[in-house]
Design a protein around this ligand. Structure first.
Ligand SMILES: [Cu+2]
Length: 136
């Protein structure tokens, strides 16, 4: 028993030393990955959501808020969860609106060109809004 504990401690000490060595050469696994998620590629499916509360969002499949995208064609799955809100997406070549009174899901196919895009709920545009950039 005593011997076994000694071996475990020795192993632990060896791992600690190895861990320190890795860190000092700027190690690979120890580095904390940035939390920006995978880069989105053209052709991806995005998820637009509005309601049921005063919430609106456009997210990637990974659940990250969309802030910039490469130009190209995208599929947007829209989930409009309230009769008092709409999801209205505008920008170069795009003007899609889920309708305030309408609810439910729909799928849009859009082509984003380089420039600034904006989405909002029209009745609550001062607070329910978002923007993203499309790069060439
Ligand atoms: Cu609204």
């Amino acid at each position: 028993m005593r011997l076994r504990v000694g071996i475990v401690l020795a192993l632990g000490a060896a791992l600690l030393v190895a861990g320190c060595g890795g860190g000092s050469d700027g190690g690979t696994e120890a580095t904390t990955a940035p939390t920006t998620g995978e880069p989105v590629e053209a052709g991806a499916t995005l998820e637009a959501s509005v309601g049921p509360g005063f919430e609106i969002s456009l997210k990637t499949a990974d659940g990250e808020n969309v802030t910039s995208l490469p130009a190209g064609e995208y599929t947007i799955e829209v989930d409009d969860q309230a009769e008092i809100h709409n999801f209205h997406l505008t920008g170069p070549g795009v003007d899609e609106d889920s309708g305030v009174a309408e609810t439910g899901t729909s799928t849009w196919t859009v082509t984003f060109e380089p420039g600034s895009y904006h989405y909002q709920c029209d009745p609550h545009a001062s607070s329910m809004r978002g923007d993203f950039e499309v790069t060439g």
